[in-house]
Design a protein around this ligand. Structure first.
Ligand SMILES: Cc1cc2nc3c(=O)[nH]c(=O)nc-3n(C[C@H](O)[C@H](O)[C@H](O)COP(=O)(O)O)c2cc1C
Length: 337
């Protein structure tokens, strides 16, 4: 079994060269991880390379809640329940979306190496099976984008996305998940209000803060040692030792500060995407993760940056202004720009 933790965690490259202690080792590890491994030339299924690619997929809090099991030409992506985040994700919605992200990334990596196949949801305990067989090798722009995709939490460029690119994004999610692309200012503003209201609830919740802090890696040495979680620098915070970083987090992570940041990011985004799954259960959540991954890789191939703003989904009992978002809708929110 291989995990991204063994390889390295998913952390944006911004500023890694100046991370202080562990910085050089960290930068080297990032450079070694965020590549698609070269083809070995061997005839069989390149299991190690495909799993390495799959571990570059998005996951909630970068928990990487998966285990990979290889059985001939079948790779099974099992849920790793020891990596649950029960406060932000009490019913494992994000965990199964993350499995869908890994499954789709694995499938696309296989396509780029001349293997084709399909993913099948086995059940909440078993996970997702990906069956592969030799196909025709052809360069695939989505496969090429796997090692360049990242959640970008910096401010965006608000210039509109070109119509052909919007069409490509609209088509990317596939037939099983409904995708709403929102680009007009009134609806973006309404969505911003929903996101901020959800965020207010979370930031004021001590349990949410505790769980989030446990997944923050406050400096490069900690990120390298744990190889998972959220490196503080990826959100623009300074790298600090845990004893100091956790105190700074307590002081700086405020309802107003986070609301201002979301308002600024949403004011400058070119658009937002809302994904609605076919069912509100683990199978539907896996489908959302797969659709999101195709969307994210299409955006990356087009030179667009994106990030999740999932607060309205996470605060599931939340009732918005004139609009009700609840878990039956099974949505993910991202913004592109
Ligand atoms: C289901 C799901 C929900 C997520 N929700 C959020 C979110 O609300 N806010 C956020 O900043 N990132 C969110 N993320 C992004 C993860 O933090 C990110 O994927 C992880 O840190 C790995 O980084 P990467 O996407 O750059 O590889 C979410 C990811 C997934 C899969």
């Amino acid at each position: 079994m291989t995990t991204r933790r063994v390889l390295l965690s998913a952390l944006p490259l911004i500023g890694v060269a100046s991370c202080g202690e562990g910085g050089d080792a960290y930068a080297q590890a990032v450079a070694a991880t965020w590549v698609l491994p070269p083809a070995s030339g061997a005839a069989g299924l390149p299991v190690q390379a495909l799993v390495q690619a799959a571990t570059l997929a998005a996951s909630g809090h970068n928990t990487q809640p998966w285990r990979f099991v290889s059985r001939g030409r079948e790779l099974i992506i099992q849920p790793d329940l020891s990596r649950r985040t029960p406060v932000v994700d009490p019913d494992d919605h994000h965990l199964f979306v993350s499995l869908g992200c890994a499954a789709e990334t694995l499938l696309l990596a296989a396509t780029g190496r001349g293997w084709s196949g399909e993913a099948r949801f086995l059940g909440a305990a078993e996970g997702v099976a990906v069956n592969l067989s030799p196909g025709r090798q052809a360069p695939d722009p989505l496969c090429a984008a796997i090692a360049r995709r990242a959640s970008t939490r910096a401010d965006y460029d608000p210039r509109p996305v070109a119509i052909p690119s919007l069409r490509a994004l609209a088509a990317s999610a596939g037939p099983h998940v409904a995708l709403s692309l929102i680009t007009d200012r009134p609806r973006l503003d309404a969505l911003t209000a929903l996101i901020i209201d959800g965020d207010d609830v979370q930031v004021a919740d001590p349990a949410f803060r505790r769980e989030l802090a446990a997944w923050i890696r406050f400096d490069a040495a900690e990120a390298l040692a744990r190889r998972d979680g959220l490196f503080s620098r990826s959100s623009g915070s300074p790298a600090l030792p845990r004893w100091l970083g956790s105190r700074m987090f307590d002081l700086a992570f405020t309802v107003k500060g986070e609301a201002d940041k979301i308002a600024r990011q949403m004011a400058n985004t070119a658009g937002a995407a809302v994904f609605t799954g076919p069912s509100d259960d683990p199978a539907g959540w896996v489908a959302v993760g797969r659709a999101f991954t195709r969307f994210a890789l299409t955006a990356t191939a087009l030179g667009l940056k994106l990030a999740f703003l999932n607060q309205p989904v996470e605060v599931w009992r939340f009732q918005g202004r004139g609009c009700r978002i609840h878990r039956r809708r099974n949505v993910l929110v991202s913004s592109t720009g």
